[in-house]
Each structure stands twice: as C-alpha cells, then as structure tokens.
Design a protein around this ligand. Sequence first.
Ligand SMILES: [Ca+2]
Ligand SMILES: [Ca+2]
Ligand SMILES: [Ca+2]
Ligand SMILES: [Ca+2]
Length: 287
Amino acid sequence: MEYRTWFLPVVLVTMASLWAAGCGDGEEDDNGDTGPSDVAMDIQEDVMDVEEDMGEDVEEDVEEDVSDIEEDMEEDGDDMDAEMDAEMDIEEDGDDMDAEMDAEMDIEEDAPSTGPPGVGDVIVTEFMANPEALADSNGEYFELYNTSSTEDFELDGCVIEDLSADSHTIGAAGGSFVIPAGGYVTLANSDMPGFTSDYNYGGSWFLSNSGDEIQLSCGGTVIDTVDYDNGPNWAGNQPTEGAAKGLDPTLLNATDNDDGDNWCDQTTSLPNTTDNGTPGAANDPCS
Ligand SMILES: [Ca+2]
Ligand SMILES: [Ca+2]
Ligand SMILES: [Ca+2]
Ligand SMILES: [Ca+2]
C-alpha cells in the first residue's frame, strides 16, 4: 500500500508527461476536443483523479483509475466519458466500481446504433408496377424515402406486404439494410430492373398493374402504406406502362402519398432501359 501510494502517481505523471511531449503540441485542436494534446490533458486529469482517490486512501480506486488510464491510452484518444465518470465517482462515494460499468456502457453507446423507423419516418415515394422494356417479373421496383433529416433507420427485419397475399421480410446480406437520413433506397424483384437495385426481394412479391398496395411494417407497426387500388383516394391515375409513378417531390409525407392526385408518371429515363423512373433519387416534379 505505501509503496503503491507514492509509486503510481510518479509513474503516471511520467507517462502523462511523455505522452504530452511525444504527441501534443500544446495548442488546442481546431475542433477543440479530440487531438493528441487533449489526450495528454485527459491523462493528466486522470492522474489527478488518482491523487484525489489516494487522498481518500482508497486503494481499489487507484488501481481502477490506473487501468482506466491505460485503456484510454490504448483505445481512441477520447477520454471525455471516462473523465466525467471519474469526476462523478469522486463526488459520490469514493467507490470507483461505477466507472467500470460506465466504461462498458460507453463502449456500447459509442458503437453505431441504428433503430427501426417509426410511423411516417420512411415512406413510399415511387413504384414501377408495369414496366415495358423489361418483363414485369424482372422490372418491378419501388422506392422508399427517409423523411428524417437527422436519423438513419434500419430496415432489415421489416416487412413489405400488400393487403392480400404478398409478404416478404427484409433479410439483407450482412443483416443490415440502412436507409440514410434524408435518403432513398430501392427494392426490386431483380438486381437489375433497369438500374442496380439496393435490395432484391425476389420473384414472389408482385405489383399488380391495375391496383395493389405497398405497405412497410417494422416490429409490427405499419410505417407507411400506399394503396393505388383505384378506390376513393386513388381514382384514376393508374400505372402507365413503361413509366414509374412518383410522388410529387414537394409532398414527401405518409399522408399525401395516400392520394393518387399527388402522383405522376416519371419522365427521366432509367439508366439501363428506355422506361422512365428516378430510382434512388428525387422524383420528377408533378406540376
Ligand atoms: Ca406488374
Ligand atoms: Ca402485390
Ligand atoms: Ca401513406
Ligand atoms: Ca425517385
């Protein structure tokens, strides 16, 4: 105990000094928080934690703080979480066990986490029900749009269905199919429906030429539905052969896409066929 009480701070101060001398330039980074000089500051602050813990004569805390410092130096150069944890621990009860648990949680929280969308977060914005240049069995597709400007959403495990027999659970290669914030993804019954689709749901899911539904559900919650069944909300404006229907780009929400009057034939040619569509990109305007 006595040996450790003077030896560890000396070693750590030395380590911190070497780290600062070797990596830091003494100036603040442009972004102010993640550069080598900040790492050196973090380590120095951890050393102060050690000294404070020793003032309370808590040997376990000292050892754990030491391992915190070592981990921080090995990991990613960002000690902010560990630093805050250490401060809270000191304020609380002199028991540093929380810091270990916090550190584990920090690692989990720092990992990218993308959740499923909520109602209206992801909407149907385009569909090709009746291709002309390709057979229907090869050229049907639809497009989804992420209405959030800040949040990505995970679509793997979500279900695409209609209101009768068609149902397919998205099972992407690698177990992840993310639609980025403000972005589009395309789902098709082949890999090349006139362009390279993002997801191929295969040949057992169909878009009827006369009337059908596209519904996305995630975790049992319906996220969006488009029903072009020629019913009261979609009188006329049925699919045109060789042109995808696109939602007016000024009306990108889950309610406006229920009304067939807000959809129009796309006029931009697909990359690989003479049919028209704007898969994965903003739709052609409807007026
Ligand atoms: Ca069709
Ligand atoms: Ca169908
Ligand atoms: Ca809708
Ligand atoms: Ca589009």
